[in-house]
Design a binder for this molecule. Sequence first.
Ligand code: IPM
Ligand code: MN
Length: 346
Amino acid sequence: DTTIDLGVIPGDGIGPEVVEQGLRVLARVAGDAGLAITTTEYDLGARRYERTGEVLSDETMAELRRHDALLLGAVGDPRRVPAGVLERGLLLRLRFAFDHYVNLRPVELFPGVASPLADPGPIDFVVVREGTEGLYTGNGGALRVGTPHEVATEVSVNTAFGARRLIEHAFALAERRPRRHVTLVHKKNVLVNAGGMWQRLVDEVAAAHPDVTHDYLHVDAATIFIVTDPGRFDVIVTDNLFGDILTDLAAAITGGIGLAASGNINPDGTAPSMFEPIHGSAPDIAGQGVADPTAAILSVALMLDTLGHPGPAERIRQAVRADTAARGDAARGTAEIGDAILARLG
Ligand code: IPM
Ligand code: MN
């Protein structure tokens, strides 16, 4: 297909600033590749909530569903909306309703980027995080709230259907990568029910992929190796919360969340996938034009990959690599970085 009908949620804080640069880069590579892009903007997030009290209506959900893909900047602002309202009501609602079961988070140390690790070596792995289950489902409850006898539970939901389809996606992805290795990260020594099921499903799926090797790490040990030996990882497959935590750590060792992209992917195409930088809305630096748009630009590349346009996607990544390699220490603004990456596209 040569058209992409994109729904854009710029959101709050630095969201609109970084999305603007992502769309500039998209316009260029799409134009060169003969792809026609249409965009529809949706005013959602903290400012919208403050003004109208509305998070996300069913009508808007229906409109969003009609797009080929969604691009989201960042939502949230602690001054305007209580914690949890937008996370559950917007982000997680979209991930669950649109069945974004693959939360794809590439981890690459780009040339010239300073890692806080003394001797990082090459880092190039991808976290395949489950996106629709686990501790994020909102199963649980609160009893006797505010009393000394308060009880709070959050129940992790793991289905064989949900874990298997994610694991199959991880092995298929590993098959297309040079090192062809999958690491299951869990905590099966303690979370014996879910961990046991995940391990059995990995073993089953692995049997159908004899060319892919696999191993297992407890999540606590995985945090050690991400810091001491990140080069050992190729594809990590893990549940929703472990994946959330590991990808912040992984972003930290590869130059910070200003560079970390993510895709909330529905591989079956029954609803649009959604692409977003891992970072938040950073209200403290909003409006100053200093936010790094690279994560948003790389999220556009992930979107092009997912929509079946790997050529323009790789072109963006090459331009980002060329840009980071030449960055040096000089502070650059949001538009300046966008300009530089555009220039690197040639
Ligand atoms: C992320 C964020 C979200 C998550 C929050 C905002 C709900 O931290 O995308 O990593 O936990 O998934
Ligand atoms: Mn997170």
